[in-house]
Design a binder for this molecule. Structure first.
Ligand code: 1GP
Length: 244
């Protein structure tokens, strides 16, 4: 089970690395380059999703990955129609930083027929968008405003509310391709407040930024754009060599 794997790794003092693959951005030729590098890397889990993904593109990508990697495949859907039973699990996201009922509850209700009667592991996740210095796709598509990066009190309170609501993960998101990743101080403050695992992503482009997120309390870091743009970066994370 994926969540149990997260918890036991964290309990062992390990930090986890997720790669985000966006079905909208990846051509098959890119996968031929990327998948062997993922397999040889210390990436722990593959997240699959995007803000605007054509219908069926997620199924095709998951099918392809399933044949070529044994890493866990976890959906990170921007829309309920990205949910495919072929993956191992799904981050059941609720966009807690926003006030748009569509992403607080309606997407979730519409996701049910895609999930029930499958073996997908459902992982309730409080998703918090923090301003990353430019308008990102999540913000545009969800029609919500991110919380200002300086408003640490509100971000921490939102994360705590997310935990009280029963979420099993909190995901601090600066948005794909963010200019500024979630700041160290924000990660630190949220981490102090919650007792569930903390995921951090958006705009992390270097091993230094990754390390900073870990050092300040991220349990799982998600990198998408940097690996898409330069798959050789994956070779810096060698299999069985963990940062912690
Ligand atoms: C976006 O957090 C992820 O949802 C990853 O962001 O593409 O900027 O790495 P990047």
């Amino acid at each position: 089970m994926i969540y149990d794997f997260f918890i036991s790794a964290i309990n062992e003092g390990r930090k986890l690395l997720a790669i985000l693959l966006d079905p909208d951005k990846l051509q098959e030729s890119m996968l031929d380059d990327l998948i062997p590098k993922i397999n040889e890397s210390s990436v722990d889990v593959i997240f699959i999703g995007g803000s605007t993904v054509p219908k069926n593109a997620t199924d095709l990508l998951v099918q392809h990955l399933r044949k070529r990697t044994s890493k866990p495949l976890v959906l990170f859907p921007g829309h309920f129609d990205q949910i495919t039973p072929l993956a191992d699990g799904v981050l059941f996201l609720s966009l807690l930083s926003g006030r748009n009922p569509e992403y607080l509850v309606n997407q979730q209700v519409n996701a049910v027929p895609y999930i029930e009667n499958t073996d997908l592991e459902v992982i309730p996740t409080g998703y918090i968008l923090v301003d990353g210095g430019k308008e990102t796709a999540v913000q545009r598509v969800s029609g919500t405003t991110p919380i200002a990066a300086e408003n640490i009190e509100k971000i921490s309170r939102t994360a705590t509310a997310g935990m009280y609501m029963g979420n099993k993960l909190i995901y601090l998101e600066a948005g794909s391709g963010a200019l500024n990743p979630v700041a160290a101080e924000v990660i630190r403050s949220v981490k102090k407040k919650i007792s569930i695992p903390l995921i951090v992503g958006g705009g992390i482009r270097s091993t230094i930024a990754l390390q900073e997120a870990y050092d300040n309390g991220a349990d799982i870091v998600v990198i998408g754009t940097a690996f898409e743009e330069n798959s050789d970066l994956l070779t810096k994370f060698k299999k069985d060599e963990h940062i912690y």
